[in-house]
Design a protein around this ligand. Structure first.
Ligand code: IPD
Length: 324
């Protein structure tokens, strides 16, 4: 029921702000709670005491308010088998951008999403260091600091998307640094950055630039805002991107899976956690005015075309699924 979702969103905002105070204090305090430890012996996958404290706080707040709801959180669920059910489920990343947090690089966020009946219905991403709060509720738009609608007013977001060569694209290196994965990602980067040779033989896209903020959730928010044209990643967990996906979609952007397919099991044109809970490869495309001409529900629009064009540059990376 929509009233319930509205109430859940208001609650999620208070939780994000409360958790944000803890994150901010630890970020500036630089005490023991911000010291990174390697997760499962992987020095590129970091966790701090603050991640665990914030997740415990968020879980306790949600349990007290909605005892029947289920909880999925990076620190409690990673490595375990889980699955969305019909029960309302909160998807929590207590600190997205843990390595940024540990280094004092201010792109750090708490990410909260709620799925009801296996569909994402709200997303909240809060960067307590820059005090930027991104919120969205399905069907009700996406907002920055609750007052400014996304995308931010700019000629770019109200114009059709530019050619790929004029795009600013984000991606993340991720925590899997195996030679195989790294080579795949670097060869994609090479293809995106390298010059285009000739008209047809495409050796490179020569995009304007590639960025890597260190937080999947914040990359998504910058796509929603219109500051990035696209963001792709391979091997993200649901908690990195679930809230961001709602925010991108509600801002008028597109989130697709790695096949360039937009159909979930219910025939809807969107990526949903129910069928791809660990995104092997996905892309978010920023809001833009669609190309003129009839565009049917399943017909490519300019955002779909952009997604397909970019996907052609992105090499697949083998990812393992947690707990499977
Ligand atoms: C990580 C960040 C990073 C991405 C990793 C994520 P965490 O989340 O989103 O940008 O490359 O794949 O795991 O661990 O900081 O919450």
């Amino acid at each position: 029921n929509p009233d319930h979702v509205e109430e859940c969103l208001a609650f999620a905002v208070t939780v994000a702000r409360q958790a944000g105070s803890v994150i901010r204090e630890a970020f500036y305090g630089r005490g023991a709670s911000s010291v990174p430890q390697a997760k499962d012996g992987n020095p590129s996958d970091l966790v701090t005491v603050a991640d665990q404290q914030v997740e415990a706080l968020v879980f306790a707040l949600i349990r007290a308010r909605y005892p029947s709801h289920q909880l999925i959180g990076e620190e409690s669920t990673q490595g375990k088998k889980w699955q969305l059910t019909k029960t309302p489920t909160w998807i929590v990343d207590p600190i997205d951008g843990t390595s940024n947090f540990a280094h004092g690089f201010p792109f750090v966020a708490i990410s909260l999403a709620l799925a009801i009946d296996e569909q994402l219905v709200l997303g909240v991403v809060y960067n307590p260091i820059l005090d930027q709060l991104y919120t969205a509720r399905t069907g009700h738009g996406a907002w920055l600091n609750e007052t400014t609608r996304l995308p931010l007013p700019s000629a770019r977001a109200s114009a059709p998307l530019p050619p790929v060569s004029e795009c600013l694209v984000a991606f993340e290196y991720g925590s899997d640094r195996s030679v195989k994965v790294l080579n795949s990602k670097l060869s994609t980067l090479h293809r995106l950055l390298a010059p285009r040779i000739g008209d047809t033989a495409v050796s490179g896209a020569q995009v304007h630039g590639v960025r890597s903020l260190g937080s999947g959730a914040l990359n998504m928010c910058l796509v929603a805002q219109g500051a990035l044209d696209a963001y792709w990643e391979i091997g993200s967990h649901l908690w990195d991107i679930a809230a961001g996906a709602v925010i991108v979609r509600e801002a008028g952007g597109l989130v697709v899976d790695g096949q360039g397919l937009y159909q979930n099991q219910r025939g809807q044109n969107e990526w949903t956690p129910a069928f791809d809970h660990l995104a092997r490869k996905y892309l978010a495309i920023r809001p833009a005015r669609e190309n003129a001409g009839p565009v049917g529900a399943n017909q490519p629009s300019s955002k779909h075309q952009m997604a397909l064009t970019l996907l052609a540059y992105i090499e697949d990376v083998p990812v393992t699924r947690d707990g499977e």
